[in-house]
Design a protein around this ligand. Sequence first.
Ligand SMILES: [Fe+2]
Length: 341
Amino acid sequence: MKRGGILREELSAATDKHPERMNLPPTPEAGWFPVDLRCIEPGQVAPCDLYRKTGQRDFVLFSQKNLAVDRQLRDRLLANGLFYLYIQDGNSQVYFDFLKNTLTDVVRDPNISSQKKAQAVHASCQEILRWAFDEPRAPFVRKAQEAILPTVSLIMTDDSATKHLIRLTAYDHSTYTHCTNVGIFGVALAKIFFGEGSMKQMETLGPGFFLHDLGKCRIPIEILNKPGALTAAERVVVNRHPDDGRVMLEESGLLTDEARIITAQHHERDDGSGYPLGITGNDIHPFARICRLADVYEALTANRPYHQRKSTFEAFKIMYQQFTSDLDRKLFEIFIQLFSA
Ligand SMILES: [Fe+2]
C-alpha cells in the first residue's frame, strides 16, 4: 500500500481547502461591512457609528461614534445569536485600528486574566484575518500583520494564556479560525523549538504563520469548497496558492525572509511529493516544517464538509503512524508538549 494511503489523500484535500464555513459572518454588501460584536466589549467607546441590519437593505443605528456600547443591548443581541453589526465602508480603516489598539491594550493589561486575554486575542485574530482575506489589498494585509503582533507577544510571554489559546483552537472551524489556529500553533511551537530568547525573530516569523494561506484568496470559492476530488486543472489552480501568497506579501511590502519561506514551502514534503517545487530534506526550512505540522494537525481536528473532526488523541495517533517520515519527528514531540496540562 502506498505510504499514507487514503488517509494521506484525504489529508491533502483537507489542508488544501478552506475548512467548512460554520458560523459564517455575513458577506459584505455595497457600502456596508460586517463586524463581529464579540470583539467589542460592553462599555467600550465605538470608533465609528455601528449599525444593526433589520431588513434586506435596512440598517438602524446601534451605537453612535464616541459613545460607550450599551452592555444590555449588546448582551441581548448576542443572546439571540446576532453576532454581527455593520459599519459603513468608509470607516473600515478606523475600525481596523480600533481592533488592533484594543488587542494591544488587552494583552498589556496586568488586571486582565490570561484566560480572558486568550479569548479576546482568539476572537480578534479571526476578525482581523477575515478582513485580510476579504480585502487582500496591501493596506489591509499590512494592518493585519501589525494586528497579529500582540498575539505573538502574548504567546511568547504568557504560558498560561498560551494554554488557553491552545484549548480555544478546539472549537468551531471557519476559514479564519484555521489561519488563527495555525498561527497560534506555529508561534507556540517555534517558541519552544528556537527558545524563549527568540522574541525579536518572532515578530517577523509569527505573522508568516498567521498569513501562510493568504494566496487562497485567489482560488475560486467553488474549487475551495468542492466536496469531491479535484480535477487535474483544479489541482493546478490550488497548487498556485503558495506562490500567490508570496507575491501578495511582496506587493504589500511584508515579504520578510521568514514569511517568504513559510508561504512558499508549507506544502513541501520530505519525499518530494509536495508542491510547488517538490523539494526534499534539508531544502525544506524548519519554519515551513513548523507550519506544515500545525496545518496537518489543524486539518485533522477541523470539521470539514468531507470529514468528521478527529480528537487530539486520534490526530496524534494518525500523525505518528502515517506521517513520521513526512513530518519532523523532533518537532512532533515538541508539539505534543503543547497539549500537556
Ligand atoms: Fe496552504
